[in-house]
Design a protein around this ligand. Structure first.
Ligand SMILES: C[S@@+](CC[C@H](N)C(=O)[O-])C[C@H]1O[C@@H](n2cnc3c(N)ncnc32)[C@H](O)[C@@H]1O
Length: 207
């Protein structure tokens, strides 16, 4: 699993490597742009609001929302990623924090219309994901949404088939969402899955 220093080293080449994997339609980033575009569209169903981005990285998605006038808060543990994102979004509140260790009080004291988390939650175990999603849900405004876009599968069979096809590149340290298993253990029933590619999907949790 990459730690914050690993992400520091990846930061400058991040956008290029992700786009290459997406364009070649390979694991792990096949569907990346579509995931981000779909989430962008969902956020735009509300013309303004406050957004929290968990693991914002280089700010590919949040920068667009920032430019559209949304108020942006974000959490990331990589200094280098924060530096890149801050140069694009000088007025956003971008905080350095390891989200596996919880969220800062400044975030816990607020409510968000949308909480987005793209390609970051697979760094948590399944158990940690459940508590984290429940924590995020409590930070939503009425009718707010948590939008998780990531390497994700509807069923374990789909994941195993992808794992077999990409066995030389498969990252055993990452824990991908298997939606029908997540849904069973999730205490709220208002959770949905939209498949985007053979290895990507969007999980929406409605308040
Ligand atoms: C693969 S990148 C995704 C970036 C961006 N959301 C995107 O869709 O392009 C994962 C990001 O999550 C951050 N990250 C990973 N684990 C984290 C953790 N435990 N706490 C805070 N940030 C984390 C990394 O620093 C990195 O910026």
């Amino acid at each position: 699993m990459l730690d914050n220093k690993g992400f520091d080293l990846w930061a400058n080449g991040y956008d290029k490597s992700v786009n290459l994997s997406d364009e070649e339609n390979t694991y792990p980033f096949a569907g990346y742009k579509e995931v981000l575009n779909k989430i962008y569209g969902i956020v735009h169903e509300k013309s303004n609001g406050t957004i929290l981005d968990i693991g914002f990285g280089t700010g590919v998605l949040t920068q667009k929302l920032y430019n559209d006038g949304y108020i942006i808060y974000g959490i990331d543990f990589s200094e280098k990623m924060i530096e890149i994102a801050r140069s694009k979004m000088p007025k956003a509140v971008l905080l350095q924090q390891d989200f596996s260790k919880g969220l800062p009080d400044i975030i816990l004291d607020k409510k968000f219309d949308f909480i987005i988390c793209t390609y970051a939650i697979h760094h948590l175990s399944n158990h940690e994901k459940l508590s984290f999603i429940n924590l995020l849900k409590n930070l939503l405004t009425q009718n707010g949404k948590v939008l998780i876009g990531d390497i994700a599968f509807e069923t374990r069979d789909e994941m195993l088939s992808c794992q077999y096809s990409f066995r030389d590149d498969w990252d055993d340290d990452e824990v991908y969402i298997v939606f029908d298993e997540l849904r069973k253990s999730f205490e709220h029933r208002n959770i949905e899955f939209q498949k985007i590619s053979f290895c990507a999907g969007i999980i929406t949790v409605n308040n």
